[in-house]
Every structure is written in structure tokens, then in C-alpha cells.
Ligand binder design. Sequence first.
Ligand code: MRU
Length: 361
Amino acid sequence: MSLDTAEPTLETLGWVGNAIDGHVRLIDQTRLPTEFVRIDCRDVSSVWEAIRSLRVRGAPAIGIAAAFGAVLGGQKAGTGDLDSLRRGLLDASAYLRTSRPTAVNLFWALDRIERTIEENRGLDGPTLLERVLTEARAIADEDKVMCRSIGRFGAELVGTGQGILTHCNAGGLATADYGTALAVIFSAHSAGKAVHVFADETRPLLQGARLTAWELQRRGVPVTLICDNMAAQVMKEGKVQMVIVGADRIAANGDTANKIGTYGVALLAKAHGIPFYVAAPSSTFDLSLPDGSSIPIEQRDPREITQGFGRQTAPEGISVYNPAFDVTPAQLIDAIVTERGLIRPVDAKTIRKTLGPPRSS
Ligand code: MRU
């Protein structure tokens, strides 16, 4: 498939065909920016592998992929015997929960799938499978709507001609479409605000360089790529007027887990008097956690640091620490942009007021 930079929207992932013999199709993000390739996942383990290896990544997109993945588990069990169908769906859900630990959207989406299975006990097999697929599709469709809404609310924070720094990729590729932090930027750009983005390359897996720079460029948003360790200098030179990033899990008090390096960027923003914003849908909040100290942080393969992208860049046998996320304390966050509006100040009371009572799962 060729690289089509004129296409305004991204179908990051979706379901092809019907419930009985359809499958998941997703952009293989490990191949970007040089190759734009969609792959088909026809069983649960290939969806699990796609999530684990970051072929599909970004909190909302992971949840959507897992929801569709559960349908594949039901397919394999078959619709003839209701008990084995239910077991197939639930086993797939349990397995997909083990793919990555930090983004709560994964667990939120699978909770919805499991609730759907529970609430439709009276249905026959084919209708139940169809109903689960409908729920997975709803999760994807709702995400698209939430992203657009985040874009609209967040654009109010952006002034004309501003420099905006972002970290990792919270764009269309990380969601069903359009993104969270990048939705704010796309929306401000479309409104003619003449923004200029500084994209941190985002070590070790370069989501900023490979994905954010690519997404902004294809939409015609002016963007300059910097190495992560250049952010302080770029801020000191007065080139950045706001920072906006996505989130993988936000605790009840607003502490926010996002890609490793985000915490450092928040500290730099504070030191330079630059507002620091997070953009995330309500599905990224985990109100069962009082603060960020209990957010599970994924530890990834050391080879991502020592042999990233096929070349050895550290001595054989070196000890490596590779946490994929860090937690930015709420006090460093000036506002959280959600599909329901801005959370400002970022504290437990304002979060509850904006999101409503806690979900029961
Ligand atoms: O490891 P990744 O690429 O899945 O990490 C993604 C991020 O940290 C994103 O910023 C986050 O998921 C928000 S996506 C809208």
C-alpha cells in the first residue's frame, strides 16, 4: 500500500465483515513513517501481539483493538453452544487484559464487553456474538466523537501564533481517529491559529518522530522535530507557549501516567512558566485509584534501548531500566481537556464534578 499523505482522516483500526467470519484490520504503526501498511488480525493472539508490540498503540486505540479482539475469541468458540461461546468471549477478554498494563482504556473497554456478555444472557449464540461486535463498534464510534469534542474544547486554550510542544503520539493513530492532544492542535490549526508544533522524538521507540511528526506533516501543520533532551533549550529560547500531551491513566486526584519523559517535560514547563495541559477522554480516568502512586507502570524489553531499530547501540550485557510510562503529579498540570470540557483546577473535586459519579465495572 502506498503512503497517502493527502488523506485527511485515519482509519486507525476497525472491523471488516460480519460477526461470524469478519476480522480486525489495523494500521501497523511499527512500519511508519516509511511504510503505510494495514494488517489483518484473524485470531485473539494476533490482536494480543499487535497490542504488545505496539503495532496498535495509544490508550484509546488499545481499548478498541481489544474490544474487537474479544469478538475473535467468540468466533473461534463458535455460536452453536452458548456456554462455549460465552467462555470463548470471556477467555479472550481475560487474555487481552494481559497485553499491556498501564492504559486503563484497555480494561475499560473489556469491562464494557464483559458487561455486554452478562447483560445478554438470554440471546442465542449468533445474536450474542453480533451484540458484542455492536458494542465494540460503539466503543470505536464513541471515541471518534470524544476526540472531536476534545479538539473543540482544547482549541480555546491555544493562542494565535503559539509554539506548542508535545511528547509521544496522542494523535489519530492513538485513537479511532483525530486524537486527543493532537486533536487540540488540529482544531486550532483548522481555526487559522497559525500554530507551530515542536514534537519530541520520544525515546526509546520514537513515537514522536515516527508518528506525531508524520501525522502533523500530512495534515499540513507546521512541525519541527527535536530530540527529547532539546526541550529545555527550545523553551529557554521562547519558542514554546504551551505544552499538551495525552494520557494513559489519570487517577482520581489528577495524577497522570503518560509516555516516559512526560514528567520531565512538565517540570521543564513549570520552570519556564509555560502552561502544561493533558488531553484525554473520560475513558482514560481511573477513579478507583486515589493518586498516581498505584498506577501500574509497564516495564519493557531492554533491547528497545540497546538494539532499537535493528542496530546495537550499547555494550553487550549492559544493565538497562526501561519503564514505558511515568506519572506527572496533578500540581504540574494546568488543565485536563476532556470531551466534557476543561478540568481546571486539576483536583479530585473538579474531576468528579466534570466526570460525574464513579463507574461501576
Ligand atoms: O507506548 P504507547 O505508544 O502506547 O504510549 C502512548 C502514549 O503515551 C500516549 O500519549 C497516550 O496513550 C495517549 S493516546 C491518545
